[in-house]
Design a protein around this ligand. Sequence first.
Ligand code: SIN
Length: 308
Amino acid sequence: MSVETKISNKIFDNCLMNASGAKCMTFEDLSKLKNSESGTWITKSCTISSREGNPSPRYVDLKLGSINSMGLPNLGFQFYLDYVLDEHKLGNDHLFFSIAGLSLEENMEMLNKINSSDFQGWVELNLSCPNIQGKPQTGYDFERTEEVLDKIFSFYSKPLGVKLPPYFDIAHFEIVADILNQYPLQFVTCINSIGNALYIEDESVVIKPKNGFGGIGGAYIKPTALANVRMFYKLLRNDISIIGCGGVETGKDVFEHLLCGASMVQIGTQLMKEDISVFSRLLTELKTIMKAKNYKSLNDFKGKLKEL
Ligand code: SIN
């Protein structure tokens, strides 16, 4: 049985990876991911300069997921560029490099440097961080999203995808898909956390930044994540792969993301809760489901969600 998957023309041993943000900020984090059972891995969304991020407490595990307002803490663009270039020298061109500039100019500066480097993996352009005060999520501003992609693809020539916020309205799925279909994107990742939610315990918010408002991940968001994966799988050109993210706790959750059309599945909250061994457990559970259903490869069921 094979759990191999493909994004554009590159093959991965399996369909699992971390979600950007979950245990991928430092060299030690990235080394642990490299030595794990994941099919590949992605770096923490970065900005040109390193950032401390928002004040703590800024991440809390909840029974059904998590809430965070990290505020893009990261070691700065050059650290992650050096990291992916070192991996390239070792022959690894299957990495994802997440960037989240605080302005279009900052994203252009980072992409210019990546364009002229030896990096051969994928950039995941984060259009959906909900945690920076005064910086609205680009993915919810359709005109701005188009402007950003226009500017980027006027010069950028390497493999790139976007990380989207969750959408909730059929009209919005269609508008966003029409925009994305105009550009040579290789993938979209859906979804980022459901932004600006409020969790209360003992009459108090549980995280400090933004008066307690933060992005929700984990089981709370799985149905929304699956809906976004499914809608974009149906609406986008079929050379744009979908990377599913949201609510994966078990092999069954991975299976459902694939059934909806995902080619890769990212693990965020559950990686935070369970650490690196989560990947081998999820793979074992996924293979058990596939064996029971007599599926030999992901292509036997990927995208083939039954409708009534
Ligand atoms: C953060 O660092 O605030 C999380 C990043 C994101 O949600 O995109």
